[in-house]
Design a protein around this ligand. Structure first.
Ligand SMILES: Cc1cc2nc3c(=O)[nH]c(=O)nc-3n(C[C@H](O)[C@H](O)[C@H](O)COP(=O)(O)OP(=O)(O)OC[C@H]3O[C@@H](n4cnc5c(N)ncnc54)[C@H](O)[C@@H]3O)c2cc1C
Length: 368
């Protein structure tokens, strides 16, 4: 337990102190809490509302690590994290007793025309395991250029619920309902967190507050909310679609219980989480254009969530200029995918070990 030997620095008899306080109980904070706890750390998650109810609740759950869609600097983390997923979810399922619907049927992508012209290699029909019409008979136009990806998908709500239960089972502490208002410091080091009601002491603090990460002094990380609206349909038959389908206008993510997620907008709309009926209808019509049988599908739900965006669309991972204060945020469109690798590399950084990936491109120092 090299990283978590108790230092005497903050030890006052009678005052509870944690090894690590994590601000934010989304999938990033929860996965990190579990990883740190497994290494022997005592961990408190300070969550403003209820854990797992923000971006991690709103996500589609595609585990996209395709070079066509992933920023090059993120590719090594994306590939590693995608590989970690079966073990990551197996552990959560076993420890929580909950299913997270990890699916590996793969994805059929209808690339935008400019990609077809620029990168014809991606549209080789040979990459498809069978003709599109055989893979997905319900698709309206199966003769368009398409390619197949062996990527997985997961149900982010189920995943987050399983991570929350696992964290609780493993003895992670939670303070829910009051926002962290500041990271406390003494002699230049982080010493804990102040909330609207109280303060908590810790040797180390990690900001995992997603789109809100920049609101907690003393650092104003340049995160911003990037709104995504989506909807959920009940497929007319459970086996209507097997693969994730991505086109330029819309993506479709089937769940094993017969639901189908249709997403998503990418909007600069501040912290607004309202859905707009005309936008939801536009997404629905785009889904029907791909799969005409969806015209008879029932809309079960629509919602909007706030992705944590950053100026260069890359996450912010590492120790800040304040010793003992760390950040893991800005996962933008890939936070579900990147949860296991983020937990792994951040645990290493927090313990003072060298992480398995070079985190230089993600350093908080690039914005200071
Ligand atoms: C519509 C949509 C579709 C998406 N689809 C995908 C996808 O297919 N695949 C994928 O990998 N990713 C997807 N994403 C992105 C993914 O959801 C995010 O990158 C990921 O959930 C970020 O996790 P997080 O834990 O950092 O943030 P969040 O889940 O937002 O968690 C942050 C937490 O911090 C809490 N918090 C904020 N401020 C404070 C404070 N002051 N004190 C205490 N707590 C605080 C919040 O209440 C929240 O619970 C999608 C996102 C959206 C919106």
């Amino acid at each position: 337990m090299q990283g978590f030997l108790r230092s005497n620095l903050f030890y006052n008899a009678g005052v509870k102190t944690w090894d690590v306080i994590i601000i934010g109980g989304g999938i990033i904070g929860l996965s990190l809490a579990i990883a740190l706890r497994k290494r022997g750390a005592t961990v408190l998650v300070v969550e403003r509302g209820e854990p797992g109810r923000e971006a991690s609740d709103a996500a589609g759950g595609m585990l996209v690590d395709c070079p066509l869609e992933t920023p090059p600097a993120l590719q090594p983390l994306a590939t590693s994290s995608a590989r970690m997923y079966p073990e990551f979810t197996h552990e959560l399922e076993v420890e929580s007793g909950m299913k997270v619907d990890l699916r590996d049927q793969g994805t059929i992508v209808f690339p935008p025309p400019e990609h077809v012209h620029e990168r014809p290699g991606f549209t080789l029909s040979g990459l498809l395991p069978a003709p599109v019409a055989e893979l997905e008979p319900a698709l309206a136009d199966s003769r368009r250029p398409a390619f197949y990806l062996k990527e997985r998908s997961v149900d982010p709500r189920a995943l987050t619920a399983a991570a929350l239960k696992t964290a609780k089972n493993r003895g992670v502490d939670f303070s829910s309902g009051d926002p962290a208002t500041a990271v406390n410091r003494s002699e230049g080091r982080a010493t804990g967190v102040t909330t609207t009601k109280t303060s908590f002491r810790a040797h180390k603090v990690v900001n995992c507050a997603g789109a809100w990460s920049g609101q907690i002094p003393p650092h104003a990380f340049p995160t911003r909310p990037v709104k995504g609206q989506m909807l959920c349909l009940a497929m007319p038959s459970r086996s209507l679609l097997k693969h994730v389908i991505r086109s330029a206008d819309v993506y479709l993510i089937p769940r094993s219980d017969g639901r189908l997620l249709v997403g998503a907008t990418v909007e600069e709309a501040g912290f607004d989480k309202h859905t707009v009926p005309a936008t939801i209808q536009r997404l629905y019509r785009a889904a029907i254009a791909l799969v005409p049988q969806l015209a008879s599908a029932r809309i079960l739900e629509d919602w909007a969530g706030l992705r944590p965006g950053t100026p260069d669309a890359l996450p912010i991972l590492g120790e800040t200029a304040i010793p003992g204060y760390y950040v893991a945020t800005g996962h933008f469109r890939d936070g579900i995918l990147l949860a296991p690798i983020t937990a792994g590399v951040m645990t290493a950084v927090i313990e003072g070990r060298t992480p398995e990936h070079d985190l230089t491109p993600f350093s908080p120092a690039r914005f200071q």
